[in-house]
Design a protein. Structure first.
Length: 130
């Protein structure tokens, strides 16, 4: 006797429900409003904070963009900005910001495992160290 997963009109799919996400923005100095280049922007999951999902440095215009796929847990992350060179850009205090992209903001779901794509713009202002 053999058993399979094709019971009923739709076959059963295996795997974790997921979505594609993009978090982008600009980092500026609080005092002058000027963009800050060379900062490390990283994203970590709120459920597993031991490692980063992705990281990137801000460009000469202070812009960053992180694109990643993630499981559909709570769609919440910690966005961290750190000054890793301090001398080149004037030394700024790091900042952690909680962000989320609700399931209702996702577009392009296939109605099965893929929940679609979501984007969030997060602009940040950093203070200089004293």
């Amino acid at each position: 006797m053999f058993f399979g997963c094709n019971v009923g009109p739709d076959p059963v799919e295996y795997g974790m429900p997921y979505a594609d996400f993009k978090v982008a923005g600009t980092v500026r100095s609080t005092e002058q409003g000027l963009p800050i280049k060379g900062l490390l922007v990283s994203l970590r999951d709120t459920l597993n904070t031991s490692g980063s999902i992705d990281s990137v440095k801000t460009d000469s215009l202070g812009k960053y963009s992180l694109e990643f796929s993630d499981a559909m847990w709570d769609n919440a992350w910690i966005l961290s900005v750190k000054d890793i060179d301090s001398i080149d850009n004037g030394s700024f205090i790091g900042k952690d910001t909680a962000i989320s992209i609700p399931e209702s903001d996702l577009k392009g779901s296939d109605g099965k495992r893929y929940y679609g794509q979501g984007e969030k713009s997060v602009d940040l202002n950093l203070d200089r160290t004293k």
